[in-house]
Every structure is written in C-alpha cells, then in structure tokens.
Design a binder for this molecule. Structure first.
Ligand SMILES: NC(=O)c1ccc[n+]([C@@H]2O[C@H](COP(=O)([O-])OP(=O)(O)OC[C@H]3O[C@@H](n4cnc5c(N)ncnc54)[C@H](OP(=O)(O)O)[C@@H]3O)[C@@H](O)[C@H]2O)c1
Length: 511
C-alpha cells in the first residue's frame, strides 16, 4: 500500500526556516532513509561549486578556509570539484587529527591526493595564520567553511583569527550554510563572525540567518538531496534529541523519576508493563501507585518496581489529594493503564488530569482517555487509538494517512495536548507540528503494547522538555523494538518480549 504515503504535505506543512536542532534531526533521519551524510556533503560541495562557476571566471583565485567539522567538509568537496578549473587554495584549520566525522575525513583524503591542481595549507594555531596573509589578500574570493550549525559558545583559537583575516583582507566572501560565528538559531554574533557577501545555505534557511541579514549578504538556499520525508517521519534524529545521555557523575534520580497511576481490582498487568518499559528505557526509578488488589499482584512481578498501594479496589476521588501531593516528586506522571471505568474512578481521573496537565509532564493513556470526553487540557501527551480518539473528540479517522494527519492536528488543538494517534502508522501532533512514525508491524496488535508505548512516552517526557519530541521518540523506539522482535520470532510478539527488546532498540539507534 505504498500509495498511502503520497501525502498532501501542502495541506499542513511548508519548509520554514529551521533551527539547528531541527536540521540535526533531518540529517539523521535522512541517513536512516538511506541518503547518507557523505552523499549530502557531496551535494553540498556541488552546490557551492555551481555557485562559484555562476559568479566567478575560470582561473580566478579561490581560497577555501575550512574548519574541522562538516562545514569544513562541505568546503573540501567544493574545493576538490573546482580544482583544475580555478586556482584553488585550501587553508585547513587543524589538519587531519582534528577532523571528527567519517564524511569530513573522506573529503579530506581526496583533497590530500591532489598534488598539482590544489594547494593545501594546514594551520594548527593562530600564530601560523599570518604566513598566509598574501593568499587572503590576493584571492578573488574567499569561501568561508569554518563553522556552520555546530558553533558552540564564543568563537575561539585559530577559527577566531581566521574570521578576522577574512573580514579584514578578503575581496569577496562566500559563506557556506551560515557565516562562521553567527548563531544559527538567534543570529547573535559569537564574539566575531564573517561578514559575508553571499551565504549559500543548505536545504533550508536557518533561523539565525533571517535575524541578522547584515552578516549574511545575498542569501541562496540550495537543496542537497535530503528527502522531504525526513522532515515528517520519526527517526533516529528524534530519539537522539529527546534521549537523556547520562552524565558520568549523575546520581540516582537525575535520569528520570516516573509515577504510574494505574491498576484496579480487575487489572494489574497494564501499569506493570508501562513501568517496566520506562525502566528498560533507562529512567532511574518508577513508582506504581495502584489500588491494593492490583498493588499486591504488581509487587510479585518484579523487584525492580516500587509499588505504592492505594486503599480500596479502584481509584476514587478520596485519593486525589494524596496522589496530587505524591506526584510533585516526579519528572513525569502516567495515568490510565488498568484503572477501569467505575464512575468515581472517572471523576478522580478528571480531577487529577485537569490539575496535572498544566505541568505538561503528564501522559494519559487507556481508561483515562475514555474519562476525558470534552475535557480541555493544558499540556501533556494523550495516546489514543482511533476508537479512543472518537470517544474523546467525536472525530472519526479512516486508514487514509492524510485523513489521520489532519484529524490528529485538529484533535490536538481541540484537546490542548500532544496527540499520539496509534495505528499502523502512528501520527503525532501538537496542533502546529506533526510527524508520522512508520516503525512497528502487525504483530504488535497483541494486548499490552500500548502500555509499553505509554511507559516509553513517560520516560522521554522525563528527559525532554518538549512533549511533542518525547512522543515522536517514544513512538519510534516502541515500533523499532517490535521490529527487532519480529526479525527474531516472527508474529509471536508479546508485550513482555517487546520490553526485553527496548535496550537493543536504543543501542542500535544511539551507537
Ligand atoms: N554532510 C551533511 O550531512 C551535512 C548536511 C547539511 C549540512 N552540513 C554542514 O555541516 C555543518 C554542521 O557540521 P558540524 O555539526 O560538524 O559542525 P561545524 O559547524 O562544522 O562545527 C564543528 C567544528 O567547529 C568547532 N567549534 C565549535 N564551536 C566552536 C567555537 N566557538 N570556536 C571554535 N571552534 C568551534 C568544533 O570543535 P570542537 O569539537 O573542539 O568543539 C568542530 O570542530 C552545517 O552547517 C553544514 O555546513 C553537512
């Protein structure tokens, strides 16, 4: 059913200026779709070369000043393409030892193979740059490939000196992606920045460029072959930006504390699955608050779970104050799995949710969703399937992907929370942005996989400020763990098997 993916993007999406975080996600997801960063670098280099050819005569002296990152790598590719047609010089800041990525290293290797058509000069510290003053002065154009979206903090060391030389000596200045030293998000000058005549920005304009046109000069946007779909699918980029990379000196609790409110006389498995999924994702502690009959059973499932028994057989309004007090100690709260539909439980859920949703660190799943008909929230994430969404909002969704996207965006605006609509392809929206998750398989229709997903959303929510990003990352990892399990055992998936695959799903994505 490939045709389902011909989405009418124009309905909901246009390529606006991007933040450096959004660009990072897109590049990672492009690689996941099969268009590697090496290929993107090649296309970026070609775009720069095309621009030089269009504006400068063959034989002109072109000086590329390249940093050790991928911005420098783009410059090295362009230099290699133009070598022979132009009098090409490359000043590399740092040389081979400083290059960090595979793609920039391979661009470097090719340049070092060119003996006759390109002059390579390596500058290791600021004091060495003055040796090349004449090249800066005599070049018809200096291409600035020192720093792009990877700039962090005030520009320092040899990069700073090189930018000062470019500004004071170059006749014409072309910046790749962003004038070096300009903050890609705010446009702020990080101590010093290249004052470009032209900026060739890759794929889409970066937000900072529009905020400081004085440094940008003429702005050209060049496509580099990033598939459009890498912007709207969930992928490894979404996981990497929402994941909490552990600090070596972090202490118990620094990596996420989660409260799961769930269970009833009838159900004990659902809250336990959600809690175990969050633990396997890597949070430090999960406490399950459950009515006593469920709590007694949950305790026997795993010593990893901390269980807080609530009096009675169901969640009731008498417990609300205690739960609200308890919730203050947690980074994220999940409410819903296994709570049942007793009338007083529904009243209790509505009160808890209305009070907690303002904090935006709330995940609402399963029975709690059904209690929320016509409730307007002030944040958080809801994780309905199509039937639950209909109960909550009256919106009917079909299997058509355009329809699902449109209704999810609408539902999110109406509910006042991020909606993660579960299905063969999950759709996530916060009312203005949306993404589609394609991981997962039909083996995951078994009971309990939704609870696992809810636990994962809670884990990412504990780590990441943005509930939309948390939901995208959780949807991807949940489906990816399911795909790993299907690879191993086919369509014999269980929710506990899925939980066991969560660590591998993370390690394959984060390695
Ligand atoms: N090939 C692709 O997939 C692709 C696609 C699109 C765009 N790009 C290009 O890649 C760029 C991003 O590449 P990147 O993430 O490698 O980052 P980058 O912009 O190339 O900068 C990273 C380098 O700059 C250094 N650096 C960072 N802040 C500094 C500062 N304040 N002063 C001095 N040096 C500093 C870093 O050194 P430390 O490590 O020591 O901090 C690192 O060597 C984009 O702007 C674009 O040009 C590549």
């Amino acid at each position: 059913m490939i045709a389902r993916f011909f989405i009418n993007f124009s309905l909901l999406f246009s390529v606006d200026a991007l933040s450096s975080l959004e660009m990072f996600i897109i590049e990672e997801n492009s690689e996941y779709l099969g268009v590697s960063k090496t290929k993107l670098m090649e296309h970026a280099g070609m775009a720069i070369a095309r621009f030089i050819r269009s504006r400068f005569k063959p034989g002109s002296v072109i000086l590329f000043v390249c940093g050790p990152g991928n911005n420098g790598g783009d410059g090295l590719v362009a230099a290699r393409i133009l070598a022979g047609e132009y009098d090409v010089h490359v000043i590399h800041l740092g040389g081979a030892e400083k290059i960090r990525t595979e793609e920039a290293r391979s661009a470097w290797k090719v340049v070092t193979n060119l003996l006759t058509t390109l002059k390579l000069h390596i500058v290791k510290d600021s004091s060495e740059i003055s040796r090349y003053e004449d090249i800066f002065r005599n070049a018809d154009v200096v291409v600035d490939a020192i720093l792009g979206t990877g700039v962090r903090g005030e520009v320092r060391g040899v990069a700073r000196k090189a930018i000062e030389y470019i500004n004071s000596l170059a006749k014409r200045k072309v910046s790749i992606d962003i004038p070096s030293g300009l903050d890609p998000d705010t446009g702020e000058v990080k101590g010093v920045a290249v004052k470009a005549d032209y900026t060739i920005t890759l794929h889409a304009p970066k937000k900072g460029l529009l905020k400081n046109p004085e440094y940008v000069g003429e702005l050209l946007v060049e496509p580099i072959g990033i598939p459009y779909e890498s912007t709207i699918i969930c992928g490894p980029g979404d996981v990497k930006v929402a994941y909490r990379f552990r600090d070596e000196w972090s202490r118990k609790g620094d990596n996420g504390l989660i409260l799961v409110i769930g269970g009833s006389k009838l159900y004990s498995g659902a809250p336990a699955l959600a809690a175990l999924a969050a633990l396997k994702a890597g949070v430090d502690l999960v406490v399950v608050a459950a009515p006593k009959p469920a709590a007694d059973v949950i305790k026997t499932y795993s010593p990893d779970l901390i269980v807080r028994p609530l009096p009675g057989e169901y969640l009731t309004t008498t417990m609300v104050d205690d739960i609200l007090e308890l919730s203050k100690r947690f980074d994220a709260v999940l409410i819903g799995p296994g709570l049942g539909r007793e009338p007083d439980t529904i009243r209790a859920i509505r009160t808890i949710v209305e009070k907690l949703s303002a904090k935006s660190k709330l995940v609402i799943d399963a029975d709690a969703l059904k209690a929320l008909k016509d409730v307007k929230l002030r944040g958080g994430v809801v994780t309905p399937h199509a039937g639950e969404l209909r109960i909550m909002t009256g919106l009917e969704v079909s299997t058509d992907i355009n329809d699902r996207v449109e209704k999810t965006v609408r539902a999110s605006k109406r509910i006042g929370a991020v909606v993660l609509l579960k299905g063969r392809y999950d759709v996530i929206s916060d009312g203005s942005r949306y993404k589609i998750n394609k991981t997962g398989n039909p083996g995951m229709t078994v009971g309990g996989t939704g609870d696992v997903l809810a636990g994962l959303v809670a884990a990412f929510l504990a780590w990441c400020k943005d509930p939309f990003r948390a939901a995208c990352a959780a949807a991807f990892i949940n489906g990816f763990a399911g795909d790993i399990l299907k690879e191993r055992i086919g369509f014999h998936i269980t929710a506990t098997g899925l939980i066991d695959c969560i660590p591998e799903a993370f390690s394959r994505i984060l390695r």
